[in-house]
Write a protein that binds this ligand. Sequence first.
Ligand code: CP
Ligand code: NVA
Length: 324
Amino acid sequence: MMSTPTGHGAGTATATKPSPKVRHFLRIADFSADEFAYLFERTRIIKDRFKRYELYHPLRDRTLAMVFEKNSTRTRVSFEAGMTQLGGAAIFLTSETSQISRGEPVEDLARVISGMVDVVMIRTFKQAVVERFAAYSRVPVINGLTDEHHPCQVLADVFTYIEQRGPIAGKTVCWVGDANNMLNSWLEAARVLGFTVHASTPPGYPIDPAILLAAGDHVRVFSDPMDAARGAHIVTTDVWTSMGFEAETEARKAAFADWCVDEEMMALADPGALFMHCLPAHRGEEVTAGVIDGPQSVVWEEAWNRMHAQKALLEYLVIGEVRS
Ligand code: CP
Ligand code: NVA
């Protein structure tokens, strides 16, 4: 086990800038294909230990601070349970119950929190906020969802595909619906891990041009979601209205009506295709009950794998590469 040069004990009492050695996981593009391969293998090992009720406490005496500015079920439970299982502890903070809602600057928050804990997870609105926090943090920062990215979910989703079907390189992922944080993270993963995304979003909801450009020939855009689904190995979607966009709900219901994953769409995909959804889901909107509760759906495995994949991520960021 390699020890890390970072952590709450590193640096001097007066240091306000982080060590350049501190690694963060703010978006999928922050990690290389080799790092993901390492994390998927660690996820497998750590999950196997959990299934065998084997104690594994590499993060004893380590603390995770979790800052939530948006609601969560899976992210909170998976990080908190995961940290406990690794022998550490997690602190749950919200905007309302902390000084965030009273305007404490994110840079001050980063300096204070990162001097007391070993790793931080943040769920907030703008990606720029997690980036500013990371710039002033002396410990690793994990993006637990922003308007622009949801890297922990796609980490777990790719692991779920590999666990069920084998390597993802060369495969096709069909995205149906909003050009949101989940699609952006899938597009970054496509480039890093060598698969292709067939994306279909409704008129008026285009993919972020910078993300599209960066994906290069790992993305194909379709106006008809049925065409995007043809031959796909994963068909995935998400809510029509993400957190923070609630004022647009009614307009989105009209615009997204034809972007629903149903049985007819799944029939066009590869016969072994998996259906994925990060959850929470709205049956009858972006997916039919028959699909999400049907035999091709792996939505519960995705949710449970959040915890296993994030345990591997926490281990990697806090103590480095482990060979045990
Ligand atoms: N998928 C996901 O991130 O779920 P929560 O919003 O419940 O954390
Ligand atoms: N795109 C959704 C994902 C929720 C986990 C949102 O941002 O609300």
